[in-house]
Design a protein around this ligand. Structure first.
Ligand code: ZN
Length: 416
């Protein structure tokens, strides 16, 4: 019931595609009203999505504070420019790592392979993990990377100091002072290629920036595409953005200019690890080589946040968009969003994360053996995995098209 109500509110219930009272067969194709969201979703392409992930892996793990991270940022900027994404800007901040004794390791405390989860366990984010789990952690050992070229590429250590991240913006036509934020983090960790974490989310948001920046696409409200740095060190890049820019929201600067450097935030959608849903670890600690048949992607909000009600409504909007527009996989909603950049926004605006699995109860319990490991390589994944990420892209794109009021100029004024 909740889903149906929300769907009406955002216009995701199928609209009549023909004039009322006219039999469909009596109409010429020119008279049918096209669905802009469907046309935009059709512009996504699996091979293109894969190629963008692959291109990001040329910079190794893109660890924050290194040359390979800065080269990746320059490369993303050049792509955004080539897509025609407007108003490309960099956010600058300073990063000083915490002292080692105060650093919080994100590893869980599971015992040997396939340890049963105690019934009282609570995962990060507040969920209750079920079934078997294996220990997780971050690889910091260069020698765990068997490929000497990749080991060399990832060898420069980070130095504390100035950092940059990047965003570009599609300005809304009727409400340029309001926006949705679509985001992912481009930094990685673990001595691999950070292909899934988070090349997969970065490529997804890049593809959406490309499609929504198309010359025939108009939106009522603005959309900003943000590529965070320093996610892996504790969400420092998104925290810096919120701190520097939240008080600029909705302000016309200079007054009377019609320019809004920081449109009012209407919703924030983070994409982080989009590819791998092979199920729970087995008793011997191994995982299926194949994607599980009931694979889904997970849309999470945080129950213990100021904007929980608005965030769950945004999550249902994605769920309905998935039902109507995604080609293969369902979206599952959860209430335990955690440990990604949407957490930096959750007490300011509706904020959700889109992921391959639940972060706390599943990824955190060993469902993704590549997570922060040297095996997070482009070559690790197959087309079923990439297609899971593509389905999330279809879903966010369609939901955003509805929320921001997308129209296609050629569709609305076909005659010349
Ligand atoms: Zn990540």
């Amino acid at each position: 019931m909740i889903a149906a109500t929300c769907a009406v509110a955002i216009g995701l219930i199928p609209q009549a595609s023909v004039r009322p009272g006219t039999p469909a067969a009596a109409q010429s194709p020119a008279e049918t009203v096209a669905d802009p969201a469907k046309i935009l979703v059709d512009r996504l392409d699996l091979e293109r999505y894969k190629a963008t992930i692959k291109a990001l892996t040329q910079f190794g793990d893109r660890k924050q504070g290194t040359d390979r991270n800065r080269r990746a940022l320059d490369w993303i900027e050049a792509q955004l420019k080539s897509y025609g994404c407007a108003n490309i800007e960099r956010l600058k901040y300073d990063y000083q790592p915490p002292s080692p004794d105060t650093r919080n390791t994100m590893a869980n405390t599971a015992g040997g392979p396939g340890t049963p989860t105690p019934p009282t366990a609570i995962a990060v984010g507040g969920g209750r993990p079920r079934g078997l789990r294996v220990r997780t952690g971050v690889n910091n050992d260069p020698n765990a990377q068997p490929d000497p070229k990749l080991r060399q590429l990832n060898s420069q250590p980070p130095i504390p100091g100035p950092r940059e991240e990047i965003y570009c913006t599609k300005a809304g036509v009727t409400h340029p002072d309001e926006m949705y934020i679509l985001a992912a983090h481009f930094d990685g960790i673990g001595w691999g290629e950070a292909a899934n974490d988070d090349g997969s989310g970065t490529a997804l948001v890049m593809e959406l920036a490309r499609i929504l920046s198309g010359p025939d696409v108009q939106t009522d409200r603005s959309i900003r595409f943000i590529f965070w740095n320093n996610e892996e060190t504790g969400l420092n890049g998104s925290a810096a953005y919120v701190e520097q820019r939240k008080d600029l929201q909705g302000k016309e600067i200079p007054p009377g200019s019609g320019r809004y450097p920081e449109p009012k935030w209407l919703g924030m959608i983070q994409h982080d690890m989009m590819l791998f849903d092979h199920g729970m670890p087995r008793e011997d600690g191994t995982l299926s080589k194949e994607q599980r048949p009931e694979a889904d992607f997970n849309v999470e909000f945080q129950l213990n946040s100021k904007f929980a009600v608005q965030s769950q409504a945004l999550a249902w909007t994605l769920e309905q968009a998935d039902e109507k527009y995604a080609t293969d996989y369902p979206a599952t909603i959860g209430s335990h969003m955690t440990n990604t950049d949407s957490s930096s926004f959750m007490n300011e605006v509706a904020a959700i994360s889109v992921r391959e699995n639940e972060r706390g109860t599943q990824i955190g319990n060993g469902w993704d053996p590549q997570w922060h490991q040297p095996t997070d390589l482009y070559a690790t994944y197959n087309d079923k995995d990439f297609r899971l990420g593509l389905n999330a892209a279809q879903t966010t794109l369609a939901a955003t098209a509805h929320l921001a009021g997308a129209n296609l100029k050629t569709v609305n004024s076909p005659a010349r």
